[in-house]
Design a protein around this ligand. Structure first.
Ligand SMILES: [Zn+2]
Length: 76
């Protein structure tokens, strides 16, 4: 292993893959634009995860519980 060199820490922009320096204003993104694109992706992902009850089968099940057949009504 070579001796430790004093190097600038760099990362690749998660959005476009460009090298970004740690001292950069928009680190770890190369620009404000890429940061916003990544945040947008995140927001969409979170939205998807946080709405699991939009399953048609689940909605049908809930409808069956509230409407229609009622037990305990002796109307003879
Ligand atoms: Zn970028």
């Amino acid at each position: 292993m070579p001796a430790k060199k004093k190097s600038v820490k760099t990362l690749r922009c998660p959005t476009c893959g460009m090298l970004v320096r740690a001292q950069d204003e928009d680190f770890p993104f190369c620009s404000d634009r890429c940061r916003k694109i990544d945040l947008g992706k995140w927001a969409m992902g979170v939205y998807k995860i946080s709405s699991p009850v939009l399953d048609p089968e689940v909605l049908e099940d809930l409808g069956g519980l509230t409407g229609g057949h009622r037990k305990g009504s002796d109307d003879e």
